[in-house]
Design a protein around this ligand. Sequence first.
Ligand SMILES: NC(=O)c1ccc[n+]([C@@H]2O[C@H](COP(=O)([O-])OP(=O)(O)OC[C@H]3O[C@@H](n4cnc5c(N)ncnc54)[C@H](OP(=O)(O)O)[C@@H]3O)[C@@H](O)[C@H]2O)c1
Length: 282
Amino acid sequence: MNSTIFRDGLFDGQVAVVSGGGTGIGAAIARELARLGCTVVIASRKRDVIERAAAGLTAQVGREVFGDVCDIRDRDGVRALVDRTLERHGRIDHLVNNGGGQFFAPAETITPNGFDAVVSTNLTGTWNLTRAAADAWMLANGGTVTNITMLTKRAFPGMAHSHAARAGVEALTRTLSVEWAARGVRINSIAPGYIASSGIQRYPQGLDLIRTMQKVVPMKRLGTCDEVAWMVAFLHSPAGAYITGQTLTVDGGKELWGDYWPIPDPDPLPPIEVPVEPWDEP
Ligand SMILES: NC(=O)c1ccc[n+]([C@@H]2O[C@H](COP(=O)([O-])OP(=O)(O)OC[C@H]3O[C@@H](n4cnc5c(N)ncnc54)[C@H](OP(=O)(O)O)[C@@H]3O)[C@@H](O)[C@H]2O)c1
């Protein structure tokens, strides 16, 4: 099936690597890039997930999508993934750092190991794969990178570890975009709001949480995985040729309005004292 938004053959002859491309948002990104002519390699930790997704995407798109196993926290493993991709497919034009994850936890309950694990996946993992692709291909030949982050401009209670890591990715995006602009490398981030992906089923509060999330989005719905994938395709196409170092938000207006998480009221609430001018004091 063809893209419903972009023209056929837009990325013909080009190669993309999508981390976490076997599920949810990553699978939608892989599908859109493959539909547009890219040879796509999806990579994540679980062999069974990645093999099933590669077969499913291949059948859906009618073009072979390749699966590879890789933990983005493992620097040698990441370099091996990049080397294998270059050996098999000859180039890496597009990299999408989508692989990641976290767990909801109030900051005071996050253990040192929990914090380190989330930062090493979401920040260091993104750095590992970006550096590997840059060193082995993009700094010499150009390329386009997109990092999938999260809403970082306001607070995100329950996500202290991931929020800090993703803000780090957005800062990294700005700096790399400047250092590498003259080498033909563009790098941007996409910050999704609440997206209806298979990933959000993993949150323990389940459907109740999703209903609450829906109410605090101005558009009163969750986003779709395709709505993130289309933004990736736009940024990687010639339409994005003059865009670099940016974080583009895809959130139905969420970041502008509404609470993420209710803060409990003290009982009683502090009284409101309305002052009088000092010269009018009794
Ligand atoms: N859905 C949302 O509302 C939302 C909002 C903001 C940001 N995001 C972010 O968008 C990305 C995709 O989310 P999603 O909703 O599609 O959830 P998802 O299905 O859980 O996707 C995460 C993917 O990352 C892979 N992954 C996790 N750790 C990895 C590692 N160490 N090395 C390689 N791959 C790894 C997972 O595969 P394996 O388990 O096989 O490794 C999985 O395919 C994530 O970074 C997520 O945090 C999602």
